[in-house]
Design a protein around this ligand. Structure first.
Ligand code: MN
Length: 573
């Protein structure tokens, strides 16, 4: 835990770093060490190892000064007696913003393992982060936690590994950090599938070695041939397939290892794009390719921006081997993804990169990944690049979470009522109150990303028409309207009768005259009652099949004309 180790790692990407900046790293280092002093990790080691390793990882990825410092300080406000306020007094706003973002992400709890939910959680995570550097710090933090997971109890190991495999590894992959994604996957695989891991160890280890030895014989032949054809080779190395991805592949091939040609692949790294294609041609002349296995990810990169040429050829003794061909830049990008960009910013001479025009794969399935890939655009202005890291493509969405951990993706400005309807229309209709992050809120409260929302219901409660004034989703609006319509529909059923109350002077034939008027209007009389009898005035109540106010009005006028009728009124019943 030497601060100079950290500074030297930082200098690899930023060789012209000013003293002011190295002083800032030292300051953050001292601050963090002091804040965490006396704290121990589960393993019994000093806690400070963790923020130090996180920051070191960030420096090795070539991240900028703010990110490295935030890496050192990321657990200070959460795990120590030092508040975010105390960090604010000592460090600039950007660093505080990054720390705050990482802290917020730490509060999210994932309790699901459904693909669609995982996707929503990833979105929520990005939406809360608001800056991709927050996500990258979180990834470095997670990597170190995964590397030191063995000291935790098994249930925690499983939960953290599941989260890593379903949320963080795919996120790293989307950010083009393939190498990190693979490392996280493998670490999680060990805890999630211990039996399978053991099986692979026992069955594959030997074969890995065997393959590697075989490729050691292939390598010089290719190297010699490429050189003779004038290809400038940067290096040729091996890529061994990760256990987690091998296992996935084996499941598709009935666990038949013979079917996996890329257990160990040969990686040819050249200087120019043209040399990639030239190398491919030369290798295909040397050994015949396996049809259908040639992949041009340079012309058609993977959705996360991965570029390379892949081919499988029948090499020495007719054995199939996979060969990947790419340039130095493509290689660095495949390893570091988004993080590679900081390093590029520093290489001012490398016009090659700035001029490069990237063509992306035409996959629209994940629009946000495409938006995320904006970091891959060429930025001549570093400020522009930082701006591109601000995640604003979710600004019109919010991601709120149920107490069970299910994420709801809603338009910005949504309220607990919208949330309730998104769970189930009955929950919406019967909603009487809501708690957000365990505090009572009004039903028109505007939800924020990351809010945990609990809806309180009362059986057979009806929605209020006033909700229509604040709900945001058209789904909630529709359901509220139809629930109100339904309850008023019941009222109409009852109100399809009209009752006339006629007060008149008692006379023989009055009742006959009145009922005659009604019958002549073709209206069915259901009931006639006369609450009083004897002396005047006489009241006659007549219920009839009539639910039309206009017709009732008309009939009322006719009835008024009947002799000795004094007063008349009606009501719908
Ligand atoms: Mn941490």
């Amino acid at each position: 835990m030497d601060v100079n180790v950290l500074i030297n790692a930082f200098k690899k990407s930023f060789p012209n770093v000013k003293n002011r900046d190295t002083d800032l790293i030292k300051k953050a280092y001292d601050f963090s060490q002091k804040a965490h002093s006396g704290q121990k990790r589960m393993s019994g080691e000093p806690y400070f190892i963790h923020p130090f390793e996180t920051a070191l990882q960030l420096a090795n990825w070539g991240m900028d000064i703010e990110t490295v410092c935030a890496g050192l300080l990321h657990d200070v406000s959460e795990d120590t007696s030092f508040s975010l306020e105390s960090v604010k007094k000592e460090f600039e706003e950007q660093i505080v913003f990054l720390i705050d973002g990482v802290t917020k992400l730490g509060h999210l709890k994932y309790r699901t393992s459904e693909e669609k939910q995982a996707e929503n959680i990833r979105k929520m995570l990005l939406s809360i982060s608001r800056d991709l550097r927050v996500v990258i710090i979180k990834l470095a933090d997670r990597l170190h936690n995964m590397k030191t997971l063995d000291v935790l109890p098994p249930n925690k190991q499983k939960r953290i590994s599941l989260e890593t495999s379903e949320i963080y590894a795919p996120l790293a992959y989307r950010l083009g950090m393939q190498s990190l994604a693979g490392e996280l996957e493998d670490l999680a695989f060990f805890y999630l599938y211990p039996k399978e891991y053991k099986w692979l160890l026992e069955n594959v280890q030997e074969r890995y070695e065997e393959r590697q030895k075989y490729l050691e014989r292939v390598k010089p032949i290719i190297e010699k041939d490429l050189k003779e054809n004038g290809i400038k080779i940067f290096k040729i190395d091996f890529r061994t397939k990760r256990y987690s991805s091998l296992y996935k592949k084996l499941l598709r091939y009935d666990m038949n290892l013979e079917q996996v040609y890329d257990l160990v692949a040969l990686r040819v790294i050249v200087l120019e794009i043209e040399d990639c294609y030239a190398s491919l041609g030369i290798i295909h002349q040397l050994w015949p390719p396996l049809p259908g296995k040639i992949k041009d990810y340079i012309a058609l990169p993977k959705p996360n921006g991965y570029r390379s040429l892949h081919t499988t050829v029948f090499s020495l003794e007719g054995k199939p081997i996979e060969i990947q061909i790419r340039t130095v830049e493509m290689h660095e990008e495949a390893e570091k993804g988004i993080a590679a960009h900081w390093a590029y910013e520093q290489k001012k001479g490398s016009k090659d990169y700035l001029k490069r025009k990237t063509v992306f794969a035409d996959k629209k399935e994940l629009l946000w990944v495409e938006q995320l890939r904006n970091w891959q655009k060429d930025f001549s202005d570093p400020e522009e690049f930082i701006k591109s890291l601000k995640i604003d493509f979710f600004q019109d969405r919010i991601f709120a979470i149920t107490p069970k951990g299910e994420v709801k993706d809603l338009p910005a400005g949504s309220t607990p009522v919208d949330f309730a309807y998104s769970i189930h229309s009955d929950i919406g209709n019967e909603c009487i109150g809501a708690k957000v992050n365990n505090k009572m809120v009004s039903l028109d409260y505007q939800l924020q990303s990351g809010d945990m929302v609990e809806i309180m219901v009362q059986k057979s409660k009806k929605p209020s028409g006033s909700w229509l004034e604040f709900v945001k989703t058209s789904y909630a609006r529709k359901k509220i309207k139809s629930a109100i319509y339904r309850s008023s529909g019941i009222a109409k059923k009852v109100a399809k009768q009209t009752e006339f109350i006629i007060v008149g002077q008692h006379r023989v034939g009055l009742l006959k005259d009145v009922s005659g008027v009604i019958s002549r209007s073709h209206i069915n009389i259901n009931r006639i009652s006369m609450p009083q009898s004897g002396n005047a005035p006489l009241t006659i109540k007549i219920k009839c099949d009539l639910n039309d106010k206009r017709k009732a009005e008309k009939l009322l006028l006719k009835l008024k004309k009947v002799e000795s009728v004094k007063e008349i009124s009606y009501k719908l019943v």
